[in-house]
Design a binder for this molecule. Structure first.
Ligand SMILES: Cc1cc2nc3c(=O)[nH]c(=O)nc-3n(C[C@H](O)[C@H](O)[C@H](O)COP(=O)(O)OP(=O)(O)OC[C@H]3O[C@@H](n4cnc5c(N)ncnc54)[C@H](O)[C@@H]3O)c2cc1C
Length: 469
């Protein structure tokens, strides 16, 4: 295993994550090398959290805890695995009949930190990128990203970024039509190259997470939609209520008790958090991607141009998005859902639409697909033969201020945690290893990580409905 590069250590320290990275590294190394834990017994224990505690105490390592995780996307599974690795009993409830089928499957899956603001958030992403190497070695193709027609932005000092002249672009990505983008060797504006960025294959990561979850005896229940929470007399969440559906037909509501409930159900977090009395405003931002039939290996980097962005999956398919996305196109959700069997997919529930509207929406999607592919071909003529195979529409779990929401729900008028932990974020592919490790440290070991301070739930408002208190 390679050691952390200096810039990552500096980034972690600057972000207040020095202690975190030290703990993560030590734990990870101990696990992979089979050495004993520094804290004997911690692996077989799980603490009931206290938001005020900063270090595990002797009592912590005795109490066994059960954590219920809502949602088996990349974020929920990352947290589940890290908790199970620390000895927690973990149950994951997933409404679909398989894991990772929603935002995770519909993602572009670029692992990057460039241009992310503010600086603490950029550093947070940088730390997450390095954890990919430590926790999922071999699962990221670190091919680098080429931002065409963009001069380097003001990145944090340690982040690798090169200014590239147009004349150098073909060395990084053969076949680019520089002239289409107005770039000639004489023009002043150039491009930016970020060598440390990459892409992953979400389905492979999900499979690996499932393999680890099984080995760690995480209990996964599919076809289980969480609908609410049972409360104890002190007003704390003490589990979840869910309905089971699927091949056996519909069963009535069931309850499962837990010491901690983690809401990592992507776009569904807002609604469930609200029913528990917490405000987590999410923007419903659709992202359309055009996928082609596999073509020969031509796209060497992640390419981002003013019109479109392109990457190539391991199976040879090109995945293309538009750089200036049309906002608020929620009306297409129904059409993409209805035509799922024809290759159009979405992770939002269908609205009721007339047949006429559906036809219009389908036409809109098809137009998008051909327009995006056309834009890609104009900057990369070597893909001229590529054929559109499908269009996907994914709704991002996008907190209103663009930053992740990670942490216990706590109220300003109570010192107790109500047993509810939230983890929802855009860039969840990039951030999943860090979100999983950090959340597990807080839940299982009672740490209160400075690293997560900017991402707490209560920044949106304090509790607005304090159930039971
Ligand atoms: C088009 C697009 C492009 C993107 N590009 C990138 C990118 O390049 N890089 C990047 O880092 N990120 C990107 N993202 C964002 C990234 O994909 C998401 O942040 C990430 O996948 C979120 O993972 P998640 O596990 O939180 O959500 P999800 O994958 O949506 O998982 C949530 C799970 O919860 C389940 N669920 C929902 N409600 C309930 C309930 N009530 N009960 C039980 N289960 C429930 C769902 O079925 C789902 O399986 C992109 C997203 C989209 C849509």
């Amino acid at each position: 295993m390679r050691s952390l590069p200096q810039w990552a250590v500096a980034a972690a320290a600057a972000a207040g994550g020095g202690a975190l990275i030290a703990v993560l590294l030590r734990r990870w190394r101990e696990q992979v090398s089979g050495q004993a834990e520094l804290y004997p017994g911690l692996q077989a224990s799980c603490t009931v959290p206290s938001p005020r505690r900063s270090k595990p105490t002797a009592a912590d390592v005795i109490a066994l805890g059960h954590v219920v995780i809502v949602g088996a996307g990349i974020v929920g599974l990352a947290i589940a695995n890290e908790l199970a690795r620390r000895g927690c009993e973990v149950t994951v409830l997933e409404k679909e009949m398989a894991a990772g089928t929603q935002a995770t499957a519909l993602s572009w899956a670029w692992i990057n930190a460039n241009s992310k603001k503010p600086k603490h958030y950029q550093r947070f992403n940088m730390l997450a990128m390095d954890l990919w190497n430590l926790m999922f070695p071999g699962y990221v193709n670190w091919c680098g990203s080429l931002l065409l027609n963009e001069n380097p932005k003001q990145e944090v000092d340690e982040y690798p970024c090169h200014k590239v002249e147009w004349s150098q672009v073909p060395d990084l990505q053969p076949g680019i039509a520089c002239e289409t983008l107005g770039g000639t060797s004489g023009t002043k504006s150039g491009c930016s190259y970020f060598p440390s960025e990459g892409i992953t294959e979400p389905h492979k990561v999900i499979n690996e997470m499932l393999r680890r979850a099984e080995a760690r005896q995480v209990r996964l229940v599919y076809g289980a939609t969480v609908t609410g929470f049972p409360w104890d007399i002190e007003g704390d969440v003490r589990g979840v209520t869910y309905v089971l559906h699927g091949s056996q037909g519909w069963d009535g509501p069931q309850t499962i008790t837990a010491d901690v409930v983690v809401l990592s159900n992507g776009t569904g977090v807002e609604q469930l958090a609200k029913s528990a009395g917490f405000k987590v405003p999410l923007l419903h931002k659709p992202g359309f991607l055009a996928h082609t039939e596999p073509v020969k290996d031509v796209v060497k980097r992640v390419i981002v141009s003013p019109n479109c962005h392109i990457l190539q999956r391991e199976n040879g398919s090109l995945v293309i998005g538009e750089s200036k996305e049309a906002g608020g196109a929620s009306s297409v959700a129904y059409a993409v859902d209805r035509y799922a069997h024809e290759g159009f997919r979405s992770n939002m529930p269908p609205a009721s639409h007339s047949e006429e509207q559906e036809d219009e929406e389908l036409a809109e999607l098809s137009t998008f697909g051909h327009r995006a592919l056309g834009a890609a071909k104009s900057i990369l003529p070597v893909i001229e033969e590529a054929k559109l195979s499908r269009v996907t529409c994914g709704y991002r779990p996008f907190p209103e201020d663009g930053l992740p929401v990670i942490g216990f729900c706590s109220s300003s008028c109570s010192t107790r945690s109500p047993g509810l932990y939230i983890a929802v974020m855009h860039s969840g592919i990039t951030l999943a290893p860090l979100a999983g490790a950090a959340a597990a440290l807080e839940i299982a070991e009672g740490l209160d990580l400075d690293l997560l301070a900017p991402y707490r739930v209560n920044r949106f408002t304090k509790i607005f409905k304090n159930k039971g208190l």
